[in-house]
Design a protein around this ligand. Structure first.
Ligand SMILES: COc1ccc(Cn2ccc3ccc(-c4cc(N)[nH]n4)cc32)cc1
Length: 239
């Protein structure tokens, strides 16, 4: 997967060199390029913003640098992602959709956002999707790139050593995952559920399913409602 990110803070994306994303880049699963939007300005101050038409607080990002920047990468097969408080809420389902794309382009806004004509013009070239992390307001789009790229990269073939973990993790099967334990067996007076040390894999699987159901019912009843039709009689008996 090829990913282009345009931002006035390219160093903000340095954490993407770390952990699994760094490995995914090394294996070629992810071809990531971050570019400074100011490279597409032509004045001595490298200006990317201006006052909003119609007045109002703050500044808006000028269309010219964005147009020239996006001209260098967008093709009809690209998907332009524009982080925004007004965007589609990012979730695991969207992460799976994005993991199937061949070319993602992120336009990271700052100030009060990007001139709307940039998105309108780009929609004549490729698909455009505004994306939100949640109902809170950030300073810009870079945090969203870090979150989206981590969630998507994990889903790329060969990136996670144990692909099975993708099947069992929270939000994968619609439920939250069961509580996890490791050594030591006794820690500050706290033991480990005996079933997990029994070696009975069928009973362990059932216990984990029950714990996932109960945990989801307690902490995220909205998720349980979404997958209620997939529950079998044994699941319902647990609830
Ligand atoms: C119209 O109100 C505002 C509009 C934008 C901003 C600041 N800002 C500028 C670009 C940008 C990109 C993404 C986000 C964002 C995304 C989520 N989930 N929260 N915040 C915020 C962004 C402040 C206020």
């Amino acid at each position: 997967m090829r990913v282009d990110v345009f931002t006035i803070f390219p160093d903000y994306l340095a954490p993407l060199e770390l952990s699994l994303i760094g490995k995914a880049r090394g294996t070629g699963a992810l071809d990531l390029r971050a570019t400074d939007l100011r490279d597409f300005t032509h004045d001595v101050h490298r200006t990317v913003d201006d006052t909003p038409y119609g007045g109002g607080p703050g500044m808006v990002m000028r269309p010219e640098p964005w147009g020239q920047a996006l001209d260098t990468v967008l093709t009809p097969s690209s998907l332009l992602l524009v982080p925004s408080p007004a965007g589609r809420r990012f979730d695991q389902a969207m992460a799976h959709e994005l993991a199937l794309e061949e070319h993602l382009v992120f336009a990271c806004g700052r100030y009060e956002g990007i001139d709307q004509r940039v998105l309108s013009h780009a929609s004549g070239v490729c698909r455009v999707q505004e994306v939100s992390l949640g109902d809170y307001v950030l300073f810009g789009g870079e945090v969203a790139v870090l979150v989206v790229l981590e969630a998507v990269t994990r889903l790329l073939p060969g990136v996670l050593g144990n692909a099975d973990s993708l099947l069992e993790e929270s939000h994968a099967a619609g439920l939250l995952e069961a509580p996890m334990y490791t050594k030591p067996a006794e820690w500050r007076g706290h033991g480990v559920p005996e079933i997990l040390r029994s070696g009975d894999h069928a009973k362990i699987a059932r216990w984990r399913r029950d714990q996932a159901l109960l945990r989801t019912a307690q902490q995220r009843p909205d998720l349980l409602k979404q997958c209620y039709d997939t529950l079998d009689k044994r699941d319902l008996a647990t609830l």
